[in-house]
Design a protein around this ligand. Structure first.
Ligand code: GBH
Length: 481
């Protein structure tokens, strides 16, 4: 056959199409095609959005709320971007009805929210602030009236500032269990899904070892490891407390940002390496919960800095869970090697692409491997993606729209890889997008926007972004397109 240039090729294809009247039959032909079923999620899959109290509520001093460590930290000069605080945030304390309507318009079945402990117990312990409890009763009732199922996180980092010693003090784990028992008792008639804690590393290491989060301490390893232990003990005692105060059938879990390892190639050796890395690198947290013990490698590694454990602690920490919630944003890449550990974690090349937050490197396969590694290792009864989402440099255009095509790209790709996990039979029950709306992004203040609704912080007006319409459509179809 005679060689043709690319241009000639295009022309000859067009000519052939015209000759065969493809143009005439194409529209009908296209409509007749069924949509690919491949990315359909199973009936009953739960779609939701996630938020956290200190990031959205504001009303920091309203109706008797006590300060949390994040109030203190954000009011300390130099700790957050631009000195931003959660004093007002999205003012969801007053605007929660509007926020429930945003959820309703999306068509979500579920909403993951957290409780501000110091709103209910201003000092972390009795006496109760009844107005604080009233607020959560109102929010729960409003959600239920709109057919949205609340999933409640008991603790998303906003520890009551008045608790002496914070997480350095073992008593704080018991104070948490008392508070969780109280909330479970008062909400348990209407709420049947609870998470104890959110992301251990963020309120332990980042707050007590590295100082970039509240309370901003930089303790030596021994003391920081003890803080970790008190954190997971709080979770364990919390599970027991919630179960003791709710009816059978109440689902209890947590939300954890376990380190996710993606095998560099999908070979048996690298897949095994990813599993080994998952178990070892999450040893102080998720591994301890799933196995009810600190694995030998962790204890040996910490040596004299290993946490002090009291009788009964590990049993509580290993309390059986109804589900494991995974907050998934970004992974590390791992491959098998000949070292005693059997794996090596590859450093990210400087050229690796990322979203608006530099730590969100773009690797949507992490949502699949996050689920798979945890399930293959520990066989949890159920998995929720309790957070997934991204910051974007959102701008409102002249028409008043926020066309966050990069967030849509991120979500579409993550959900595509989540679908693989569902399709292969991993017990993923639902997905919570972080976040319903832009909010106080901790040390980054208001400089990073994670919402699918844009918040104008001057007027507090919420505007759906392109990603909100995209998500609404995905939910309506129960499918990713
Ligand atoms: C989750 O944290 C939180 O649960 C949620 O509250 C938060 O808003 C959301 O994700 C988005 O961040 O700048 O390189 O030092 C994610 C855990 C811990 C990830 C701190 C970023 C800082 C990385 N985050 N980490 S770096």
């Amino acid at each position: 056959m005679k060689k043709i240039t690319r241009r000639q090729f295009g022309t000859s294809v067009a000519a052939a199409a015209a000759a065969a009247s493809i143009g005439a039959v194409l529209p009908e032909f296209a409509f007749a095609q069924p949509k690919p079923a491949a990315l359909q999620f199973p009936a009953g899959f739960l779609w939701g959005c996630a938020t956290a109290a200190y990031q959205i509520e504001g009303g920091a001093q309203d109706d008797g709320r006590g300060p949390s460590v994040w109030d203190v930290f954000s009011h300390t000069p130099g700790k957050t971007h631009n000195g931003d605080t959660g004093d007002v945030a999205d003012d969801s304390y007053h605007l929660y009805k509007e926020d429930v309507q945003l959820l309703k318009a999306l068509g979500v079945q579920t909403y993951r929210m957290s409780i501000s402990w110091s709103r209910v117990f201003p000092t972390g312990k009795a006496p109760l602030n009844p107005k604080g409890l009233d607020y959560y009763n109102r929010v729960v009732d409003e959600l239920l009236a709109n057919n949205i199922t609340p999933y409640i996180t008991m603790f998303h980092w906003d520890l009551p500032a008045a608790l002496p010693g914070g997480w350095q003090n073992r008593d704080t784990a018991h104070a948490f269990a008392d508070y969780a028992a109280f909330m479970a008792k008062h909400l348990g008639d209407r709420v049947h899904h609870f998470m104890t804690t959110n992301e251990f590393i963020c309120f332990t290491d980042l707050g007590y070892r590295w100082g970039q989060f509240a309370p901003g301490l930089k303790l030596p390893a021994k003391e920081a490891n003890q803080v970790r232990h008190h954190g997971i003990l709080a979770h364990g005692l919390g599970v027991q407390a919630i179960r003791a105060n709710t009816s059978a059938g109440t689902q209890v879990g947590l939300a954890e940002n376990a380190n996710v390892y993606v095998p560099v190639t999908e070979t048996d050796a690298d897949i095994k390496a990813a599993q080994k890395a998952t178990r070892l690198m999450n040893a102080p947290f998720l591994t301890a919960l799933m196995e009810g013990k600190y694995i030998d490698e962790y204890l040996q590694h910490e040596g004299a800095d290993a946490p002090q454990v009291e009788p009964g602690d590990m049993k509580a920490i290993g309390s059986p869970l109804d589900f494991v919630g995974l907050n998934i944003y970004t992974p590390s890449f791992v491959r098998a090697d000949e070292s005693p550990m059997g794996f090596v974690i590859e450093p990210m090349p400087a050229s690796y692409p990322h979203m608006a937050s530099p730590w969100i490197q773009i690797a949507p396969e992490c949502i699949y491997w996050g689920v798979r590694n945890v399930c293959d290792l520990w066989k949890p009864k159920g998995i929720f993606i309790t957070e997934n989402g991204t910051s974007s440099d959102d701008v409102m255009n002249a028409a008043g729209h926020i066309e966050d095509v990069d967030r849509v790209m991120y979500l579409r790709n993550h959900l595509t890889h989540l679908h693989r996990a569902v399709d292969e039979g991993y017990p993923v029950k639902g997905y919570f997008l972080w976040s319903l709306m832009d909010n106080f992004e901790w040390a980054d203040g208001y400089s990073k926007r994670f919402g699918i609704h844009y918040v104008d912080y001057k007027t507090l007006k919420r505007t759906p972004k392109l990603s909100a319409s995209w998500y609404r459509n995905a939910i309506a179809q129960n499918r990713v397109e």
